[in-house]
Design a binder for this molecule. Sequence first.
Ligand SMILES: [Zn+2]
Ligand SMILES: [Zn+2]
Length: 286
Amino acid sequence: MGDVDYYKRLTLEAKLIKQKYKTLGTGREGKLSKWSGCITVRNRPLNISIQIPEEFPNKPPLINANGVQTNLNEELDVLKNWRQEYNVTDVIDALRKYLEEKIDADKTISRRLAEELQGMRENSRLLMSGSEYVSIRVMRDNPSLREYRLLIVFQKYSKPRLNGKVINIKLKLPEEFPMAKPKIEISSGKEEIDLNLGNYLENLPPMRNWTPDKHLFEVALSILEFFNNFAMAVCPICLNKINAQEYDSAIKCRNPRCQSLYHKNCFEGWIKQGYKRECVFCDTPI
Ligand SMILES: [Zn+2]
Ligand SMILES: [Zn+2]
């Protein structure tokens, strides 16, 4: 394409730009190949600059937007699949639409993260006091709305070997949340309990079949339920739980690794049947 055609085309582009984006100008040099100025994106000002190369329209214009780090040649379809009949204003339109969608998505996620925070706050009392065997405190170590810490403390009537132990679990909301499920990290206390905790937590009901309409507080509540069941002392003879009234009189295995609890009556009945005074689990004399 000759120079005449190039300038003809530049004139057409200039006309279109002036029609649609009045705030852009050709700058001090007045060259029709260079444009810059401020456009608005969802009421926010944005400085952009455009350069129309000599190979235009075989090659697309170069566009730069202040503070936009992404590779626009990749992000904008109009640039990626450039065609000679496209105009510079098509590129500006596409940039604007791209940024508007980004702003809207950011708003949606901020709203959602605020909702998650509210849900955690509303349920924190329940987590703290909702169980006989464990209490869970919701902590936030930094202002991020994407990170929570659950401080799990085993209470007085939990299994003796767990009694008073503490586990810290971090709940993190990934970038792709709520499409992607929260991440559960055991940050400390894992060694305290002899269990492949990670596996269990990944398979809690809200995690196992995660859908975007589920909430973080539901994960926290099911963690509470899990630890509550886990911490419950069960008599190995009758297989019933040992409740608060029975706890103090219960017979305890002295093996520190076992520490099984038995109902007093169950254990004595067992001895009367002729069994040795030994822990059913670990054979330690009682
Ligand atoms: Zn029993
Ligand atoms: Zn034992």
